[in-house]
Ligand binder design. Structure first.
Ligand code: FAD
Ligand code: SF4
Length: 514
């Protein structure tokens, strides 16, 4: 007798690729399954917008497949058959539907990859795993490119990618003769500059939010369930991309590092959620941005487009490469042996430090902070204060709508905390108040004073900065990019050094009161 379902195919919540070859034709003998499960909602405490966003996008995707003639099983969080694990649910469906084969797409997260690998190894029917058809690179491209090399340089990886994919190239040379236009970027917002307000969607996700609460899923942050601002389907993702290209790309590179209390996303794209769950492909994002630049070179200068392409073609693919090259050890690296607890105000935003209050406050409210807020405000403080990277990972992995292990852990342990000892970056990203003040308007509204180093009003970044260098001298002094800082430190008057270290010690002891 012919089975109704010949093939059972699992679609993960971050595999909502509308253009995947799986869906090119109607296949009545194929059943697709998507599931809302507790193992995913609970492996870390997530932002409520992240859980709601994933479920809303998964439901939209299932609806789209059904409308296009595909057979879909969608398991809600409260489905009585739901056993809240990929393996248990798939096994149950295999027992019920008796397909001849089980198929899935390569997961991006090591945790899920391991689970599905061991599930299929023990399965009584044949299984097949295929590519998610999203990234420019495969899991091994990075390994092959850096084989035999002592260090991984993002810049050389990026150049190889530009050549290979013929993006912004003039034959074998970079367009206009230079690979990197960073020197034209990274400007502070001029006074009286008004940032274009971001495009926000008004999705009603109240039913999902109610279900999440009803089932007792523990979350962080806030949500307005009637006006959920993030894209939940391909149409909205494309709309956000078009908005970015039209309104933000002309300023993207120039103000890439700028921060302000008046605009929570400045000119950033906010495409990371749509990209990471694959509603958009990186190729189409880059192609559309390049097309727009070609059509409007007077509005979109070359440094804007080069900066944007570098983030997606360079950093994003590079981080994925580091992840697959170094997992599972990577998620446990702690080069500095940091072990302090994350202050409680990271969960409330209630601190007198204006920069942190803003970056944390908006993260709790929007499930988003842009790159420089993550790197040079929250990450900078955590590194200077010596917070345990496990606690840091839990915070970043939970709070951001775009946080998936492969891109979170590499950015957090690697780029931000230097906990990998220099696999991702060549030196730790730390700064005193000077950098934050240069790139933002945070300091003018702060309880602390940006230029004061010691005393009640001293900005904590100023003394913690030197404390960090002092306590890690044996690990950092030989770094050619840092040695200079030790010269400055050593040349400082002894009393000044002692006072700075005492101030930092005081702040570390009273970290909850900062
Ligand atoms: P834009 O500034 O508009 O950049 C465009 C796109 O480039 C992004 O959408 C993203 O896909 C890509 N991109 C830019 N920088 C990076 C980077 N360093 N690594 C990978 N992709 C990049 N990004 C995540 O997607 N998920 C995370 O969990 C995450 N955690 C981070 C944690 C820390 C401590 C730091 C410093 C960075 C983290 N990033 C993470 C990278 C980056 O901050 C976000 O991708 C970016 O802020 C997302 O906002 P956007 O879409 O507006 O980005
Ligand atoms: Fe942040 Fe220091 Fe500036 Fe206050 S003074 S906003 S704590 S950098």
């Amino acid at each position: 007798m012919k089975r109704e379902t010949e093939i059972l195919r699992l679609i993960l919540g971050d595999q909502l690729n509308y253009s995947h070859s799986w869906f090119r034709e109607e296949r009545p003998e194929v059943t697709y399954v998507l599931m809302e499960i507790r193992s995913e909602t609970d492996y870390v405490q997530h932002h409520i917008q992240k859980v709601a966003g994933f479920f809303a996008a998964m439901r939209e995707f299932a609806k789209h497949l059904t409308e296009n003639g595909h057979r879909v099983i969608y398991m809600n969080l409260d489905n009585p058959q739901n056993q809240h694990s990929f393996s248990l649910n798939c096994q149950h469906l295999i027992d019920q539907l008796k397909p001849a084969r089980f198929e899935y797409q390569l997961p991006d997260e090591y945790r899920v990859d391991q689970e599905l690998r061991s599930f299929t190894e023990n399965l009584s029917i044949p299984s097949n795993v295929c590519d998610s058809e999203h990234f420019f690179t495969t899991r091994t491209t990075f390994f092959e490119f850096f084989k035999g090399k002592k260090t991984y340089l993002m810049e050389s990886f990026y150049r190889m990618m530009r050549k290979k994919h013929e993006l912004l190239m003039d034959g074998n040379q970079p367009l206009y003769g230079q690979w990197n236009y960073d020197q034209d970027n990274r400007k502070k917002l001029p006074k009286n500059h008004t940032v274009t307000p971001p495009l926000l969607f008004q999705n009603d996700v109240s039913e999902i939010v109610e279900l999440i609460h009803q089932k007792g899923v523990k979350t962080i942050g806030s949500i307005d369930p009637k006006t959920f601002i993030w894209p939940i389907n391909r149409m909205q993702s494309l709309e956000l991309l078009a908005f970015f290209i039209e309104e933000c790309l002309p300023f993207f590179g120039t103000f890439e590092d700028a921060m302000t209390v008046n605009a929570w996303s400045v000119y950033h794209s906010r495409l990371s959620f749509a990209l990471n769950i694959k509603m958009l492909s990186p190729r189409e994002v880059i192609d559309k941005a390049i097309d727009a630049w070609k059509m409007n070179p007077d509005t979109i200068s070359y440094n804007q487009i080069e900066g944007f392409v570098r983030q997606i073609l360079g950093w994003r693919e590079f981080m994925r490469g580091v992840y697959w090259q170094h997992m599972p050890e990577y998620s446990e690296l702690n080069y500095f042996g940091h072990n302090k607890k994350l202050p409680n105000w990271f969960w409330t935003g209630e601190t007198k430090m204006n920069c942190l209050k803003h970056a944390i406050g908006q993260s709790l409210e929007k499930a988003y902070a842009h790159h420089i807020q993550r790197l040079m405000v929250t990450g900078n403080f955590m590194l200077l204060a010596g917070i345990d990277p496990d606690e840091i990972d839990r915070w970043y992995l939970g709070i951001y709508i775009d946080a998936l292990d492969w891109v979170e852990v590499t950015n957090t342990r690697g780029m931000s905390q230097f906990a990998d000892g220099g696999i991702v970056g060549t030196k730790p990203y730390v700064s005193s108040a000077a950098y934050i003040d240069k790139m933002s308007d945070y300091c003018s509204g702060c309880f602390y004073s940006k230029s004061v180093k010691v005393g009640e009003k001293a900005c904590p970044f100023n003394s913690l900065y030197w404390h960090f260098y002092e306590r890690h001298e044996s690990k950092l002094a030989k770094n050619p990019r840092i040695g200079m800082m030790y010269n400055v430190w050593k040349k400082m008057d002894n009393d000044n050094r002692t006072a700075l270290l005492a101030q930092a010690e005081y702040y570390l002891k009273h970290i909850e009161e900062l």
